[in-house]
Structures are given as structure tokens and as C-alpha cells.
Design a protein around this ligand. Structure first.
Ligand SMILES: Nc1nc2c(ncn2[C@@H]2O[C@H](COP(=O)(O)OP(=O)(O)OP(=O)(O)O)[C@@H](O)[C@H]2O)c(=O)[nH]1
Length: 277
């Protein structure tokens, strides 16, 4: 049985909503997670948006190291992409995105006027997996809070245009990319980073997967200093079991939540879970 469960009905509905939003816009801002830029990019996005311009936003840049940021920048450039790194929580890097959207608007309006059409503000939508920071980005672009930004995945609903400037209009409801199950490994990374609804997985399994992954990536020193427990000779599952016994009177769920929260809040340090291939 897969660790991550997702319901076909939900996927179909979310996909329909997303396509409807995409139909209405000229430019797409795709937000991915800096800790997992590959797993948080949906492979079908290019096909969904067709020839529309796309601005790639790598959010949560505050959660990875500067050297990881540079490596990803070089890698994406080599793929012909021009990524923008943001910390949407603090508002870092957001001005550059506004400028990029505005520039796409200029070329769109140039084409309109070449065809004898009136110019109009460029229409944009922010899309991405649940909880990657879409609402935080929208609020930063607007310079005020219109969209609820919360730590829980899947908070955003309904559709409305909001004005960013004379040149840009934005759909205030972000497009949520549904998670399909064709890649369990990516789905696990999304769950670890909380870029997927909590109902879809089991905390203890995901926490165990986090430990196994961090050990695989040679981050094991963090564990000794933070939890006084070495993960090297044991599995992630055994680690949670032991941590639960040592600290929480045998409560494995609390141990799992502690580990996941520490990681998600960045308390374990700047930890990339993926590196350029
Ligand atoms: N550290 C850090 N946290 C961020 C950043 N951007 C967003 N967050 C936090 O991540 C959580 C999710 O952000 P949201 O903006 O609600 O994410 P969303 O993509 O709109 O989520 P849904 O509406 O559920 O799809 C919130 O707790 C934000 O404060 C960032 O760049 N860095």
C-alpha cells in the first residue's frame, strides 16, 4: 500500500479548477519549494500552460543554504529556465517577480497593439502544490493581506481579480496543483515539506522517511546534537520508536510530530532534500 493516499475525485476536481484558472490568464507564476525543486514541480505544468509565458518562482529560499541556491540557479539556467528565488514570508525577491510579470505584460500588449487591439493589464495566476507559499506570495505582491496564508495545506478557495498595479491583475485564488501518485518518492518529499494535505499520509511513516532521507543525504550530525540519538545504525522507524521511548513516554506520534515540525520550521538548519542531478 502506498504511504501517500490521494483520492481520484479530488484530483479530477482540482485539475478542472486549475485548468479553468489557466484559461483566464496571460502569464503563470509557478511556485516550487526550494528544498525540493524537482519533486515540487509538476511534470504536466508545461503542457497545461501551453505557449503562455511562465515565471518560475523558487520559494522558501531562506530554508536552503546559499551554496545550494547557487547550484540550483546554475542548473535551472542550464535547462533554459530563469528562476526567481523568494522568501515570500519575509517578502524577499518579490519585487523582481512583479517586474518580470510587468515585462511579460509589455510584450503581450505590444502584440495586441500590433493587431489593432487596445492594451490592458496583464492577467496572472499563481500556481503550485498546496502550501508552497502561493498565498504568502500573492499577499506580498499586493503589499497587503487579501488571501489567507496558513501553515495548513489546502486552505485557499474561490476566484477574484485583484489589481497589483496599473499593469498587472492577479487571480486572488492561487491554482492548486493536485498531487498524482505516479511517483511515491516525490510524494513523500512533498509530505515531509508539508506541500500536501495532512489527511493524505501517516505522520509516523513520513517522519521515518524524513530520517532515512536525511541520513542518506549525510545530515546525520543534526540528530546527535538535537536529539542525542544517533540514527546511523537504525532505520527511521526504529529512530522514532526509540525517540518516543526516550522523550515522550513511548508516544511515537509525538516523536514523529516533533521531528516533522522541527524540520518544517527550519529548526534543523538549512536542509535541501534535493540537489541538481
Ligand atoms: N520560511 C518560509 N516560510 C514560508 C515562505 N512562504 C510561505 N511560507 C509559509 O508557508 C506556509 C504556507 O504558505 P501559504 O502561502 O499559505 O501557502 P499556499 O501555497 O497558499 O497554500 P494553500 O492555500 O494551502 O495551497 C505559511 O505558514 C507561510 O508563512 C517562505 O518563503 N519561507
Amino acid at each position: 500500500m502506498p504511504i501517500i493516499q490521494w483520492y481520484p475525485g479530488h484530483i479530477a476536481k482540482a485539475e478542472r479548477q486549475l485548468k479553468e484558472q489557466l484559461n483566464r490568464v496571460d502569464v503563470v507564476l509557478e511556485v516550487i519549494d526550494a528544498r525540493i525543486p524537482l519533486a515540487s514541480h509538476h511534470p504536466d505544468v508545461p503542457q497545461w500552460i501551453g505557449s503562455k509565458p511562465r515565471i518560475l518562482v523558487i520559494n522558501r529560499v531562506d530554508m536552503i543554504s546559499e551554496s545550494a541556491r547557487k547550484d540550483w540557479l546554475a542548473w535551472f539556467k542550464a535547462q533554459g529556465e530563469n528562476p526567481y528565488f523568494t522568501d515570500a514570508k519575509q517578502g524577499k525577491g518579490v519585487k523582481a517577480i512583479e517586474k518580470a510579470a510587468q515585462e511579460t505584460g509589455i510584450s503581450i500588449n505590444q502584440r495586441r497593439s500590433d493587431r489593432g487591439m487596445l492594451s490592458r493589464p496583464v492577467r496572472a495566476v499563481v500556481i503550485g502544490f498546496p502550501n508552497v507559499g502561493k498565498s504568502a506570495l500573492i499577499n506580498r505582491l499586493l503589499g497587503r493581506k487579501v488571501v489567507e496564508s496558513a501553515r495548513r495545506a489546502g486552505v485557499t478557495r474561490q476566484l477574484k481579480w485583484v489589481r497589483i498595479s496599473d499593469h498587472i491583475q492577479l487571480l486572488d485564488a492561487p491554482g492548486v496543483i493536485p498531487i498524482k501518485l505516479h511517483n511515491q518518492k516525490d510524494a513523500i518529499k512533498l509530505a515531509i515539506c508539508e506541500d500536501i494535505g495532512e489527511a493524505a499520509y501517516d505522520n509516523q511513516q513520513i517522519a521515518a522517511a524524513l530520517i532515512d532521507l536525511l541520513v542518506e543525504l549525510n545530515y546525520e550530525e543534526i540528530f546527535l546534537s538535537r536529539y542525542q540519538l544517533d540514527p546511523i545504525e537504525i532505520t527511521g522507524e526504529q529512530y522514532i520508536h526509540t525517540l518516543g521511548n526516550n522523550r515522550y513516554k513511548g508516544d511515537k506520534e509525538r516523536a514523529a510530530m516533533q521531528l516533522l515540525n522541527d524540520f518544517r520550521k527550519g529548526l534543523m538548519g538549512e536542509l535541501s532534500l534535493e540537489f541538481p542531478p
